[in-house]
Design a binder for this molecule. Structure first.
Ligand code: COA
Length: 219
């Protein structure tokens, strides 16, 4: 067994950091183009870190078109211009064969933060939200796949108490989760309302800015 692999056969419920204050909204299928635009803005190196290979625009379009919106959740953080600054794809998955059966029902999470929005905790906030969502969804472990060189992602995973398995330059991270409670369900509901309110306010401000934008100077 790889020396970096801890005993995953007895998952310990990990301490998930307290919910972050960042408003995180769940997108619906009609907003798939927003998610696509966010991913298409990622530079080749970031696409490599996000997907394990520098996907072409067409491959990213294919990926977004393949999202099952009935089972999956896309979480997003919007900036003041209502552009997605960060987004994560939460997908319940069949447990990967290499993982211990005791980890139970699993969901995979992949995330990305726009280059100019990094280092502000958005990646961590998305991760925390996904972990809470998983608990409330009856999922007992969260899984993330990334490259070992992805120090920011490994940092997020380590801080959350994830078990990390590193082989051949790749890292699989697992977080065993406690079952959701009434409190976690209510908390997620509150987070949802805050995110909707935040989005509505930003939209009003954006419309107001556009309405009162100075007219172009006459030629
Ligand atoms: C990985 C990624 C999501 C992190 O987003 P982020 O919003 O910058 O993350 P956070 O601000 O929450 O920071 C996470 C931690 O990583 C640390 N970190 C950031 N960049 C780092 C780097 N290059 N090296 C080491 N640590 C780094 C931060 O300091 C922070 O730790 P701290 O809170 O203890 O200071 C973002 O860099 C990204 O989108 N990368 C491209 C796509 C990708 O790699 N996705 C993950 C694979 S699924």
């Amino acid at each position: 067994m790889d020396s970096t692999v801890k005993d995953l056969t007895r998952p310990r419920p990990a301490a998930v950091p307290v919910a972050h204050a960042t408003p995180i909204r769940e997108l619906d299928a009609s907003e798939r183009s927003l998610f696509l635009a966010h991913l298409l803005r990622l530079a080749a190196e970031d696409r490599y870190l996000r997907f394990g290979s520098p996907l072409s625009d067409a491959a990213i379009e294919h990926y977004v078109a393949g999202i099952d919106w009935r089972t999956d959740t896309i979480f997003g953080v919007f900036d003041d211009g209502l552009v997605l600054a960060a987004a994560g794809h939460f997908a319940p998955v069949t447990r990967p064969a290499a993982t211990p059966a005791s980890l139970g029902q699993t969901a995979e999470f992949g995330l990305s933060v726009a280059a100019d929005a990094r280092g502000q905790g958005l990646g961590t906030a998305l991760f925390v939200r996904a972990a809470a969502h998983a608990r409330n969804f009856g999922i007992s472990s969260l899984f993330m796949h990334c490259l070992s060189e992805n120090r920011a992602m490994i940092r997020i995973a380590r801080r959350a108490g994830m078990e990390i398995r590193q082989t051949h330059g790749e890292a699989d991270a697992y977080l065993a989760l406690e079952p959701g409670t009434i409190a976690t369900v209510i908390e997620e509901g509150v987070q949802r309302q805050i995110a909707l309110f935040d989005f509505a306010i930003k939209r009003q401000l954006l419309l107001a800015r556009q309405a009162f934008a100075p007219l172009p100077a006459p030629r």
